[in-house]
Design a protein around this ligand. Structure first.
Ligand SMILES: Cc1cc2nc3c(=O)[nH]c(=O)nc-3n(C[C@H](O)[C@H](O)[C@H](O)COP(=O)(O)OP(=O)(O)OC[C@H]3O[C@@H](n4cnc5c(N)ncnc54)[C@H](O)[C@@H]3O)c2cc1C
Length: 239
């Protein structure tokens, strides 16, 4: 008997482990599309918040430990189709190659995917989702300072606005939601990007068109969201 499990996180690895424990003669194979197996997503917020700085503590069991108990763990294999009559699954490898895995019983434990709400600015580089270890590492990564300096030197507006990041927003914005409101209004009014400065005393937006900046200024004045509002002189030439 061969059992094939798609997905190598809590559900998939619990199923694989239990099947192997209850029935040692059963061949158990796991296909996992990432290079990670069996971690506790519940620990991700603690890692992001800096309560735990060691991401390894979130990994529950390693591939080698599962293999030592007789489970075949195939990382970097994304199940892309299943033939339920022929009883085989096709997996895509990261290099574009494909492999086929036959089975007698199939367990699908492929979990869920985050859904991004359609709000303005959602595609910007400093907007994150938190579902995987990789997401958490990306979220904690330091802003691209060197790239920002280079973009400023080159007068590259998109390079500047695409690199605007402030890791403290993850702490300050939940405590002071008005920051998110201010950023949202500026993005809705056409800002290239908007950011909180320092630990949060100021929120600013960068606009490529003067009219959009004026519209944002008027809107924020009307809504009375900020104590003080400034509309700066346009920068017409980066030189
Ligand atoms: C930030 C965060 C905090 C959480 N905190 C808690 C908490 O405190 N308490 C709690 O009970 N729950 C919490 N959860 C929820 C919990 O982590 C999930 O319920 C759990 O991870 C679900 O496990 P799963 O194996 O079903 O799915 P997933 O964890 O989504 O795992 C699915 C696996 O399948 C793989 N996969 C997907 N498609 C394919 C494919 N086609 N081929 C091969 N592999 C594939 C994925 O890469 C993934 O590794 C939290 C989740 C998050 C994101």
């Amino acid at each position: 008997m061969r059992v094939l499990v798609i997905g190598g996180n809590p559900a998939g690895m619990s199923a694989a482990s239990r099947i192997k424990r209850k029935s040692p003669d059963t061949e158990v194979w796991v296909l996992e599309k990432t290079e990670e197996v069996s971690y506790g997503a519940c620990g991700l917020p603690y890692y992001v918040a800096g309560i735990n700085d060691d991401i390894d503590l979130i990994r529950i069991r390693k591939k080698a430990e599962f293999e030592a108990s007789g489970i075949h763990v195939q990382l970097g294999r994304e199940a892309v189709s299943a033939d339920f009559r022929g009883k085989f699954v096709t997996a895509r490898l990261s290099d574009g190659g494909e492999e086929c895995y036959s089975y007698d019983k199939l367990v699908i434990a492929s979990g869920s995917s985050p859904k991004a709400p359609p709000i303005p600015g959602i595609g910007l580089k400093n907007i994150f989702q938190l579902k995987t270890l990789l997401d958490a590492q990306g979220l904690k990564a330091h802003p691209d300072i060197d790239g920002m300096v280079q973009a400023i030197r080159q007068g590259d507006l998109q390079g500047i606005t695409g690199r605007m990041e402030n890791v403290l927003e993850t702490v300050t914005v939940p405590a002071h939601p008005v920051i998110a409101d201010l950023k949202g209004r500026m993005l809705e009014s056409g800002a290239e990007n908007s950011l909180m400065s320092g630990s949060g005393p100021t929120v600013f937006g960068i606009f490529s068109e003067e009219e959009k900046a004026r519209a944002a200024y008027s809107r924020l004045r009307e809504e009375n969201l900020a104590d003080r509002l400034f509309l700066t002189e346009p920068c017409r030439n980066a030189d």
